[in-house]
Design a protein around this ligand. Sequence first.
Ligand code: HGY
Ligand code: MN
Ligand code: MN
Ligand code: MN
Length: 419
Amino acid sequence: MTESRFPVDGDRLQQDIERNAQFGTIATENGRGRTVLPGTTPNQQARESLVERLIFADLTVDTDAVGNITGTWLPEGCDPEAPPVAVGSHLDSVPNGGIFDGPLGVYAALEAVRALQDADVSTTRPIQVVCFTGEEGTRFADGVLGSSVAAGLLDIATALELSDGTETLREALEDIGFHGEGRLDATDWHAWLELHVEQSQRLEQLDVSAGVVTTINGTTRLHGTIEGTPEHTGSTSMADRTDALAAASEFVLAVEQAAQAAAETDPTAVATVGELSVDPGAVNVVPGQVEFSVDIRAVNQSVIDRLVDRAESKLEALEADRGVETTLDCSYDVSPADMAPSCRAALHDAGDALGIETVDVHSGAGHDTMQIATATDAGLLFAPSRGGHSHNPLEWTDWWDCAAATEVLTEALYSLATN
Ligand code: HGY
Ligand code: MN
Ligand code: MN
Ligand code: MN
């Protein structure tokens, strides 16, 4: 690794991530988990701690109407009217998630600005550190909420009325003091960068410190029901029953088989029935109804479309063969997102300048960046995940890798903000 022009302070970055890990922390035997859902007390603590650090770094802090937080740096000599370069990620988590998914990107963004400040350099463009609301989709919407609003894909009024059944997003943000004004607008940006943990094993297997994302998988999420007839399990013969769960079991396997077949030609293709609820769910009642969700992803929209068609045709076949009634709705449909050549080049060039090997990878996971890519030039950089684990307490990225990826981010940020 070559000495960086803008050396990051790996200890300072580690302290930020460690401090953030306290909020919503869950001690488990196999690592540190955290549950930080939008609008909850741990989310408030994480947000307040971030704002404190943004202010301490002399950034001008703003919060928009859906709680997106920005810290703006206007270095000496920069053109304050020039479209800024933005960099960041999210602080919310899945239930019992890891400590790096999101916070690495937010605090690496802040560390990149501090490294440029410490190097006493100026940039021609302002730089904005950004923390988006509700990336994981655990309480409101199906995910990437704040970045969808920033990209103009979701309007503020609709977002604020989203409810998890207990309160609306507006109420949740008001409760924690982060219902701001106006809308962060990603179309104002010259470019966007996000550093994120890879959440799979390729970088570790290749022994490479940084992955430059080419395309982020598109994601289609379906929600459906299979309706049979709840009957007595003892007195209803096998010939006389319409078992919703038996039908659903065929459906789950059909989705898996279709995705396995698709993956033979397109290894990015995945499909998962992640939620399945049975009603009434009693040992002596033939299942009357099943509710399910399907998560379908690939870098090719045509592959996603084929897997959706397969799910639909399987439900039709179950209606004909088993006499069940079925419904299927699409609740979330994000297209595959190609990263901007300008951002990919800036990230690869940064790695070259630093002697840090970078490699092209696709992203199986969704990210705020896929929404921002519809509004401006966007780039996504990965740091290795140990064992590929994520969305659980096993999630881990070595501190050396966090610092190395942040060096690459800083160098790329500088080049995008000075051209
Ligand atoms: O679902 C996703 O891919 C993201 O981690 N929220
Ligand atoms: Mn994430
Ligand atoms: Mn995640
Ligand atoms: Mn994500």
